[in-house]
Write a protein that binds this ligand. Structure first.
Ligand code: ZN
Length: 153
């Protein structure tokens, strides 16, 4: 069932492939203020990660819950028309994300997936206070945040 209205949907559609989205900017500003340095949208890496922190061998993707299908997330809705088409599209997105994550990890990158719904909590500094420590902890190879429980995000 659709939980978003038409207007919200078209805003989400407009966000396809767009760089410098607001949630991504919030993550960048937060890390930069703390002294982390990174490159942006590095196209030679699989999936063109939003942030690349070479010093920490870490990449960060700020992911839209709808397009990238955040598991159990209330924002990962499925439109009620053209169901097959959407299913194909979502399937392709998820397969591509999985491939990119695997390729990055094979190449020794630590992969951080930050879902947009987690950044709805304000202030962002509070929502992301786990992130600096996780970046510094070299044993964190893969981070998927937040884990959603439908209806509770
Ligand atoms: Zn989500």
């Amino acid at each position: 069932m659709d939980v978003v209205d038409k207007q919200t949907r078209s805003r989400m559609m407009a966000g396809i492939g767009s760089k410098d989205t607001k949630p991504e900017l919030a993550v960048r500003r937060y890390l930069h203020r703390l002294g982390f340095r990174f490159r942006l949208h590095v196209s030679k890496l699989p999936g063109k990660p939003d942030l690349v922190l070479s010093k920490y061998r870490a990449v960060i993707f700020v992911q839209g819950c709808f397009w990238h299908r955040h598991a159990n997330c209330r924002y990962a809705t499925t439109p009620s028309s053209n169901v097959t088409k959407w299913a194909e599209k979502f399937g392709a997105n998820m397969a591509r994300d999985a491939r990119n994550t695997a390729a990055l990890r094979d190449a020794g990158w630590r992969v951080f997936l930050i879902w947009e719904c987690g950044l709805r909590r304000k202030p962002v500094e509070k929502a992301l206070e786990w992130l600096p420590g996780a970046l510094l902890n070299r044993r964190r190879y893969f981070v998927n945040w937040p884990l959603a429980t439908r209806g509770k995000t």
